[in-house]
Design a binder for this molecule. Structure first.
Ligand SMILES: *[C@@H]1O[C@H](CO)[C@@H](O)[C@H](O)[C@H]1NC(C)=O
Ligand SMILES: *[C@@H]1O[C@H](CO)[C@@H](O)[C@H](O)[C@H]1NC(C)=O
Ligand SMILES: *[C@@H]1O[C@H](CO)[C@@H](O)[C@H](O)[C@H]1NC(C)=O
Length: 157
């Protein structure tokens, strides 16, 4: 296993470098209050040999239990579609991320047939899907996924 993983790590270095995509902020376990601004800092997969295009940021307040089509797939919030400047793939994106995102207050009625719901100490996931390419053919962009667990509306762990 160790031999195989060092082999594949080597193969990676030879073909294309890719940074490890990481959500630096909010860090794993961050407590975020409803309506609060929180720091957002994402480290892109872009590197020499790997181009990044756009990434989308979501909060999942419940995780998908399966990838079968479902009206109850998950619940949460879409924060936006952003990009990290990287040469030569996307050197001048107009949609760089803000330094902070605003956590919605999910207890507020979003309008229409909505109702909102209050929650205390809720485990949620700040998730990023990044569209990228590395010179090896793929049908559409390659997509990386990373997520940090955060806690919504708690004053302590
Ligand atoms: C990034 O997303 C924006 C908005 O959806 C889109 O207009 C733009 O073409 C995308 N850029 C790339 C490089 O895919
Ligand atoms: C946050 O949690 C408190 C209990 O600690 C609860 O009273 C309040 O309704 C919750 N707020 C929201 C927005 O869900
Ligand atoms: C918050 O929830 C976690 C598990 O999700 C639990 O371990 C912890 O005790 C809870 N904290 C409070 C203050 O209720």
């Amino acid at each position: 296993m160790r031999f195989l993983s060092s082999l594949s790590a080597l193969a990676c270095v030879v073909s294309a470098l890719a940074a490890t995509p990481a959500i630096r902020q909010p860090a794993e376990g961050t407590l975020i209050s409803p309506g609060a601004a929180f720091d957002f800092d994402y480290g892109s997969i872009a590197d020499y040999g790997t181009s990044s295009y756009n990434y989308t940021v979501w909060l999942l307040t419940s995780l998908p239990t399966s990838f079968a089509p479902s009206t109850d797939f998950a619940s949460g919030h879409f924060f936006g579609r952003f990009a990290e400047p990287n040469y030569p793939g996307n050197p001048n994106p107009p949609n760089t991320p803000p330094a902070q995102l605003i956590m919605p207050d999910f207890s507020k009625n979003p309008g229409g047939f909505g109702s909102g719901a209050s929650a205390t100490n809720a485990t949620c996931y700040l998730a990023v899907f990044e569209e990228y390419a590395n010179g090896e053919g793929s049908i559409g962009y390659r997509i990386s996924f990373t997520a940090n667990q955060i806690v919504y509306n708690a004053t302590s762990h």
